[in-house]
Design a protein around this ligand. Structure first.
Ligand code: P1T
Length: 479
């Protein structure tokens, strides 16, 4: 590997796999499952180990000054586990190169950091809350200005400025599952030399390959489907263009927001079953979406696998077999109270942030993942207080469907009682409050809304004036 520790050089593309054994290297035309299991997974030439070792060494011996014994020098610049993981992701995203980062958010940060001072970005409006936060609270501090649009296909032409350098697409979007026609946007952007990024986290490379649809960079929060087991925080970007690879690889090393060797190993292990997990999650979400759509307790369902989805035609064009994926969201009757109760009433689904793991999760974006987006802006893009986001895991479909149905009944009954002023305990002016003063569904708090032990907190824990923050002061959405 080239010298990168403190120098201006960028690491060369990974070649670790080639340096060992080709025995398990599949042809790039192999099917997704074959690539998932074998790409970047050479047998160890010394021991014959089928599974790679975890290479924890941060540094590698040199025979003379600047002459490493092997191909590695310093682990921030590159290491065998990260190389193998990157090789595997590149194969699945039909990319030449992939670069791993310490989180999905770090991936976003590095891409934004690669822009020149004073650059302009056009982004879809309903991006992940943390992406919105980075665009509006970090990138702007470095002179990068972001214009958001709800209708990027229609607006892009009019929004392009002389200094527009990047278009940011999330499709499906988090949490409203809107779709963007990647090819249409990329064609317009490319007419002006603008780079197109697609956050493909919600579908995973099993269902959608944005580079094949004209995007220049595809990003993932590996934390989600690619790792798939809710035990690693990581991100990845995949590209075909050598210039883009060089720019991002330079920043990967210079900023140093890289995953540990252990995390790269874990995520690589998770990736090997992505196709199996994605199929089951898709089947579960499709069944649940149908059940929700026919329920009288549900106002609307966002799922790109349903014929009623406004962008169904895009799903049929862009997604493998027109699949809708494992994510959906829906509005429940009973307002915010009904939504919270639903999430508490489920027995298999866990109330938690994140998505894409083997276990099914539910959350209320307005109070959790997207609480940092101002209320009015949130509602404009469809993130209402009664919107519930569902991440389907790989449990048995029948069990999940039954769980959703019983939680719906419970939530609607409960919210009806709550709106009649019943069901409060020891609350003063409380709705479903416990021992609180002026509380709304809070516990032991003062003026709290859904807070725990906080003062003036909104869904915060142990914080002061926090919004969905943890242990922070004046913080806004900390995830
Ligand atoms: O959590 P991290 O690995 O940093 O990934 C950030 C990120 C980027 N893009 C999308 C589409 C995401 O959904 C996320 C993270 N999302 C959650 C934690 C969530 O619950 O939605």
């Amino acid at each position: 590997m080239t010298a990168t520790n403190g120098t201006y050089e960028t690491p060369a593309p990974a070649s670790a796999s080639a340096a060992r054994t080709e025995s398990a290297t599949p042809h790039s035309a192999a099917g997704f499952g074959t690539l998932a299991v074998h790409a970047g997974a050479p047998h160890d030439p010394v021991t014959g180990a089928v599974i790679e070792s975890i290479s924890l060494s941060t540094t590698y011996a040199q025979s003379s000054l600047g002459k490493p014994l092997g191909i590695y020098e310093y682990s921030r610049s590159s290491n065998p586990n990260r190389d193998n993981f990157e090789t595997a992701v590149a194969a699945l995203e039909k990319a030449k190169y992939a670069l791993a980062f310490s989180s999905g958010s770090a991936t976003t940060a590095v891409i934004l950091q690669s822009l020149p001072q004073g650059a302009h970005v056009i982004s879809v409006s309903d991006v992940y809350g943390g992406t919105h936060r980075y665009f509006t609270k970090v990138a702007n501090a470095h002179g990068v200005d972001v214009t958001f649009t709800n209708e990027i296909e229609a607006d892009i032409k009019g929004f392009i400025q002389e200094n527009t350098k990047l278009v940011w697409i999330e499709t499906p979007s988090n949490p409203t599952l809107k779709l963007v026609n990647i090819r249409a946007v990329a064609e317009e952007a490319h007419r002006h030399g603008i780079t197109v990024v697609v956050d493909n986290t919600f579908l995973s490379p099993y269902i959608q390959n944005p580079l094949e649809l004209g995007a220049d960079i595809v990003v993932h929060s590996v934390t989600k489907y690619i790792n798939g087991h809710s035990d690693v925080i990581m991100g990845v970007a995949a590209v075909n263009d050598e210039g883009l690879r060089e720019r991002l690889a330079f920043l990967q090393n210079a900023i140093g927001a890289v995953p540990s060797a252990f995390d790269a190993w874990l995520a690589h292990r998770g990736l090997k079953t992505l196709h199996l997990r994605a199929r089951q999650a898709n089947a579960n979400a499709a069944a649940i979406a149908q059940v929700l759509e026919s329920s009288p307790h549900v106002i609307s369902v966002n799922y790109p696998g349903l014929d009623s989805h406004p962008h169904r035609a895009v799903a049929l064009k862009q997604h493998r077999d027109g699949m809708g994926g494992g994510m959906l969201s829906f509005r429940v009757r009973g307002g915010a109270v009904g939504a919270e109760r639903f999430c508490q009433a489920t027995r298999i689904f866990t109330l938690a942030e994140s998505l894409g793991g083997v276990e099914s999760l539910v959350e209320v974006p307005a109070a959790m993942t997207h609480a940092g987006i101002p209320h009015e802006k949130r509602e404009r893009v469809g993130i209402f207080d009664d919107l519930i986001r569902v991440s389907c895991g790989v449990e048995d479909t029948e069990d999940l469907v039954k769980d959703v149905l019983q939680a719906l009944e419970d939530a609607v009954k409960y919210s009806a009682q709550a709106s009649n002023g019943v069901n409060g305990h020891n609350g003063v002016n409380g709705v479903n409050g416990h021992s609180d003063v002026n509380g709304f569904n809070g516990r032991n708090d003062v003026n709290g809304v859904n807070g725990h032990n906080d003062a003036n907190g909104v869904n915060g824990r142990s914080d002061i004036n926090g919004v969905n923050g943890h242990n922070d002061i004046n913080g806004a959405i900390n995830h």
